[in-house]
Design a binder for this molecule. Structure first.
Ligand code: FES
Length: 569
């Protein structure tokens, strides 16, 4: 613990160190005049200025309600002697952009959101940051911004949508994506597809399973950056607004006590986050996001950390897409604190890490009333659903720098078969729906990596089409792109180095044999060195797909997926 941050309260001027530079003294009269035009008084301007950053958009249901949460957080700030200033960040709704060129902007949006927060907070000299997130990239982006700015910060995850129901059966968006494949294979009528479309999402909030958004909400809480218990409540639950108010209150205490994100997001906190991720079998995207968030906190996290921790942690969650339950179901049985309590009891977590309450994780959990009802959502650590963590890192001649698979959502863990190669998501979708892919094949989709895509699209449309065609347990996929958290099957993503920079994936030919063994952690291309050397000779990097604009800028700066796909100036 740094003495300056945690040894007692700071004096009043220190609380406003940043904002005083912009709003105090006679020379700053013009700056104050702009504030007074919005109704702020001298008394308001004498208080710390708190930036409340809200990822908001009408592009989808995930973040439709976040302004309301932001307004409640403002009340928490104001009634605890701060002056809140709310601002919006843009975002991409992944599920809406899925299967389309626009999905290339999804991972890009993580950096845009982090940059927007940095820009707004620094340009207007705010003293602290409250981030309200929702859809997939918004939570990692706000955690990245918090680490980068390293001013007192707190995150509130906006929350999941409720379960959808059709004919008494619980459904989620995953069912709709997979139904498209069934429809293409004449196994589902247009009327049945429409019924699923009409009923899958009953209202606001993020996708219901333990997909990327809900996994990232869980990570924010496990990292100690969100209030305990705040992540699992669905978007429509009134308690979410209590957490918003409390987050506004908590940021003032963090400011007063000088507790900074880098005091909270330590290496130990990231080890805890990886443990929780493995124990729940969350989204593969989170591997990359945690590496990127750690990077912004000055911490080097590698795929080896995930390997090491994953081998020791059992999977205790029965949640979609691998299992049967949703985030709403987890909330009903105790939420994220229930998971942390079980992992703490088994000494799998370090309970001494600091959190936004100013207390340790162990102290937080000990002070909470967590129901201990019998349920089939979270098992005992001694009786897990799987003995190993839900995400596995694979390496081998096809992925020398690593690749990622969610074994929690795969029924088969080994396959050796001939490659069927596609150079884009669209080609692969057509190939699957037109019957080019046969049982036993390994579908290769390349030039979809961070630089080559650019933007590393999620292959959910293709994986869902594979499941819909009843090939889910008969084929595998290997790609330098990503997967949605809703993807299931033997689907291996984040293959590094990516094809566009000359990774081995670029040299795979139709019919080459690929062997996958998740138990051994291997991904091998069965082509000898002499043949590979000859294929490499004379290889020229393809022309960039985008030569101007945001995607071209992104492609120039982005690092490998194995390094978190962060932007390196
Ligand atoms: Fe936003 Fe799924 S589309 S969480």
């Amino acid at each position: 613990m740094k003495e300056t941050h945690l040894s007692g309260k700071k004096s009043e001027p220190m609380l406003k160190e940043r904002s005083d530079a912009l709003y105090k003294g006679p020379y700053k009269a013009p700056n104050r005049a702009y504030m007074k035009a919005m109704g702020l008084s001298d008394s308001d301007l004498s208080r710390p200025m708190i930036g409340v950053g809200v990822a908001w958009s009408e592009a989808g249901p995930c973040n439709l309600h976040t302004m309301g949460l932001g307004r409640k957080a403002k009340e928490g700030v104001y009634y605890n002697k701060g002056t809140p200033r709310m601002f919006a960040t843009p975002l991409v709704i992944d599920g809406v952009a899925m299967g389309y060129e626009g999905m290339k902007y999804s991972l890009v949006s993580r950096e845009i959101i982090a940059n927007t927060v940095e820009m707004t907070i620094n340009a207007h000299a705010y003293d602290a940051f409250v981030g309200i997130s929702g859809c997939d990239k918004t939570t990692p982006a706000m955690l990245m911004a918090a680490g980068r700015l390293n001013i007192p910060s707190i995150i509130l995850y906006g929350g999941t949508n409720m379960n959808g129901y059709l004919n008494g059966k619980e459904i989620t968006m995953e069912d709709v994506f997979e139904a498209v494949g069934q429809f293409a294979g004449n196994k589902l009528s247009a009327e049945e597809l429409k019924e699923l479309e009409d009923n899958a999402i009953p209202g606001i909030g993020t996708c219901a399973g333990l997909f990327t958004a809900n996994t990232m909400g869980t990570m924010a809480e496990t990292l100690g950056m969100a209030l305990p218990g705040s992540s699992a409540p669905p978007a429509v639950e009134g308690i979410k607004y209590d957490y918003a108010y409390e987050s506004g209150k908590a940021i003032m205490a963090l400011l007063e006590n000088g507790i900074l994100p880098r005091d909270i997001m330590t290496y130990g906190a990231f080890e805890n986050a990886i443990t929780a991720l493995m124990s729940m079998g969350g989204s593969t995207n989170v591997v990359m996001h945690l590496i990127a968030i750690a990077h912004e906190n000055g911490i080097k996290l590698t795929l080896d950390d995930f390997d090491r921790i994953g081998s020791k942690v059992p999977e205790i969650a029965n949640m979609r897409p691998g299992g049967t339950h949703t985030m709403e179901d987890l909330f009903r049985v105790g939420g994220v604190p229930l998971v942390l309590k079980k992992l703490l009891k088994s000494k799998l977590l370090d309970g001494n890490v600091l959190t936004v309450t100013g207390k340790t994780m162990a102290e937080n959990i000990a002070s909470m009333k967590i129901p201990e009802m019998k349920n089939d959502v979270i098992s005992e650590v001694s009786k897990p659903y799987h003995v190993r963590g839900g995400i596995r890192i694979l390496r081998g001649s096809l992925a020398p720098e690593g690749a990622v698979i969610k074994v929690a959502a795969a029924k088969i863990t080994k396959l050796r078969g001939p490659a069927v190669v596609f150079d884009s998501e669209e080609e692969a979708f057509n190939g699957v729906t037109n019957g080019r892919v046969k049982p036993g094949d390994i579908v290769v989709i390349r030039f979809e990596g961070p630089k080559g895509g650019p933007g590393m699209r999620e292959m959910l449309s293709v994986t869902a089409a594979i499941i819909g065609k009843d090939l889910g347990e008969k084929v595998a996929m290997v790609t330098d792109g990503r997967f949605s958290g809703a993807t299931r099957g033997l689907m291996i993503g984040h293959v590094s180095p990516e094809a566009y920079v000359g990774g081995p994936l670029a040299f795979v030919k139709n019919g080459d044999y690929i062997s996958i063994d998740c138990d051994r952690g291997t991904l091998e291309l069965e082509v000898d060195k002499k043949e590979m050397d000859s294929r490499r000779r004379g290889w020229r990097q393809p022309e960039p797909k985008h030569k101007s604009g945001l995607l071209a800028q992104y492609a120039m700066l982005v690092s490998s997926a194995s390094e978190g796909a962060v932007l390196n100036p």
